[in-house]
Write a protein that binds this ligand. Structure first.
Ligand SMILES: Nc1nc2c(c(=O)[nH]1)N[C@H]1C(S)=C(S)[C@@H](COP(=O)(O)OP(=O)(O)OC[C@H]3O[C@@H](n4cnc5c(N)ncnc54)[C@H](O)[C@@H]3O)O[C@H]1N2
Ligand code: MOO
Length: 487
């Protein structure tokens, strides 16, 4: 890519992004099937375009989910790291199972709290929302016009009635009163005539321009609900519409599951927080990315701390943290300054997932630090960290927040996608019409693909052929978006 390429344009569209980064047309990323050897030249080495991908071979006779993975229905209570058999991944957990383990790791959502409406967006209701009032709470006019009683023509009262005012006196047959939308309809009114459907003569008598139907444009009290009627069940996500309904139904606060509290610990001596990379130092891509991503997944981020490669500092930070979820970045592998495993061992943490059969991100891990406190260890490579975030942090936060799992869905993939021989792959895609289009820059250290992606596609071991249905993991801002909070 030259400096004058379309990436330098401020406003390039998805089509251009696709042309630049789709997997089919351009050199690809790290070979997902090749064991990684850290060192110069291993990252970003162009590889040939995708070869026709065979359909994933069934691994055993067990039930398969939409992606062809064995489902986890039969092992729902087993929290042990799985798959002790292969030399390469002695403890790695299959990807679907890792998600299930993470979703079950917290035993239950936290004790419900009472939350003011302005703070409740994105939380989940912990109790049914029952109407505290009839809605509407009085007979109300649906239109600006006249409330009338009996057949016309009608004599119009001098005083009109506005929304928010006292109930006007009852009407007698042949009488009308000017009325505004939302105003109380006087007793004994038989209909409301819209202002454009009536005219008055010089004696102040009202004539209807069209047939008047009894009850027209009057919203009777309790039309939407009666006081006490259940409106929403517990477990409902508080959306903007839910906030509106709760307010209309008389609520100042709602009972909700509190936002899980997350702390981010960024590890690595090589990380810069500003300026250009120099002297082997690189910019920290995860510190700026994770807090808002975690918020988009429903967490409150209580701290982001940079600890370098200091084992003691890591140990202390973990001991002192009171977050529900600690997210570390880097240091998950077995390099000389990869301190996560040794520190977890020293703290006596229970490893629930120790490596996942997924690319990128296979060194990711999940540990229970204390009762109701968990740690997700994200690998340092940035796209591998995204993989860990969606594989482990997303289901864990979802459970803590009391949210139901989204309905899984699949889309056909437009192009063939390389698979790892044994592991699941997660690849950034854009959704075009009813197809998922793989993006090219999907190497573990690359964010260029995910930055223009709508979702991640789940590629089963062995890869996928063109048109094959793949499970799609939406990115939180590409879904309803209401949980997104970038501040
Ligand atoms: N002998 C082996 N080495 C490695 C293996 C392996 O299987 N055997 N796996 C590789 C894979 S895959 C990954 S992913 C990484 C995971 O390593 P760590 O979690 O220990 O992460 P680090 O070594 O600290 O960093 C890896 C890479 O990412 C860069 N990094 C770290 N933090 C950030 C950040 N906040 N922003 C941007 N980039 C970051 C770091 O500089 C390294 O380049 O291990 C492989 N090794
Ligand atoms: O390559 Mo590693 O899979 O986690 O980034």
């Amino acid at each position: 890519m030259t400096a004058s390429g379309p990436y330098d344009e401020v406003d390039f569209g998805v089509e251009e992004a696709l042309a630049l980064v789709n997997e089919a047309g351009t050199p690809a990323s790290d070979d997902p099937g090749t064991p990684k050897t850290p060192g110069p030249g291993t990252s970003g080495v162009p590889r040939p375009g995708p070869s026709p991908a065979p359909a994933p071979a069934p691994q055993d006779g067990s039930r398969k989910d939409a992606t062809g993975h064995p489902t986890t229905g039969h092992d729902t209570t087993d929290h042990r790291p799985a798959d002790h058999h292969t030399a390469e991944h002695h403890t790695a957990t299959p990807w679907p199972r890792a998600r299930a383990v993470a979703g079950r790791a917290p035993r239950r959502p936290d004790t419900p709290v009472s939350v003011t409406l302005d703070a409740a967006l994105g939380l989940v209701l912990a109790a049914p929302l029952a109407a505290l009032t009839d809605l509407p709470s009085f007979d109300t006019s649906a239109m600006d016009g006249w409330a009338v009683a009996g057949p016309g023509p009608w004599s119009v009262r001098a005083e009109g009635v506005l929304a928010g005012h006292d109930e006007p006196g009852p009407l007698t047959d042949g009488e009308a009163v000017r009325i505004a939308t939302g105003a109380r309809v006087p007793q004994d009114a038989s209909a409301v005539i819209r202002s454009e459907h009536g005219r008055t003569d010089d004696k102040g008598r009202l004539y209807a321009a069209r047939h008047v139907v009894h009850g027209q444009d009057i919203r009777p009290r309790g039309q939407e609900c009666r006081s006490g009627e259940p409106l929403l069940p517990p477990g409902t996500l508080v959306t903007p519409a839910v906030l509106g309904l709760a307010a209309a139904a008389g609520y100042d606060t709602v009972a909700a599951h509190p936002r899980p509290r997350a702390e981010v610990l960024v590890l690595g001596d090589e990380l810069l927080t500003e300026g250009l990379p120099h002297d082997g130092l690189i910019r920290d891509a995860l510190g700026p990315m994770l807090p808002s991503w975690l918020r988009a997944l429903g967490a409150e981020v209580i701290a982001v701390r940079r600890l370098g490669d200091d084992a003691e500092a890591l140990g202390k930070a973990l001991k002192n943290s009171d977050a529900d979820l600690v997210v570390t970045t880097g240091g998950t592998a077995a390099g000389p300054v990869d301190h996560v495993h040794p520190i977890l061992r020293r703290l006596g943490a229970a490893l629930l997932v120790d490596g996942v059969k997924v690319r990128p991100g296979h060194p990711m891990l999940l540990a229970r630090l204390k009762e109701n406190q968990h740690l997700v260890g994200l690998p340092g490579n940035p796209l591998a960290a995204v993989s860990g975030l969606l594989t482990l942090a997303e289901p864990l936060l979802r459970t803590l927040a009391g949210r139901a799992a989204p309905e899984p869905y699949t889309l056909p993939v437009r192009d063939a996608v390389h698979g790892h021989p044994h592991d699941t792959r997660l690849i950034p895609v854009v959704l075009r019409g009813d197809r998922a289009v793989p993006l090219h820059y999907n190497g573990p250290a690359m964010l260029r693909g995910i930055a223009v992606a709508d979702a991640l596609a789940v590629v089963p071991p062995g890869g996928a052929g063109p048109g094959q249905e793949l499970e799609i993991l939406d990115l939180p801002w590409a879904m309803a978006g209401i949980e997104v909070c970038f501040t």
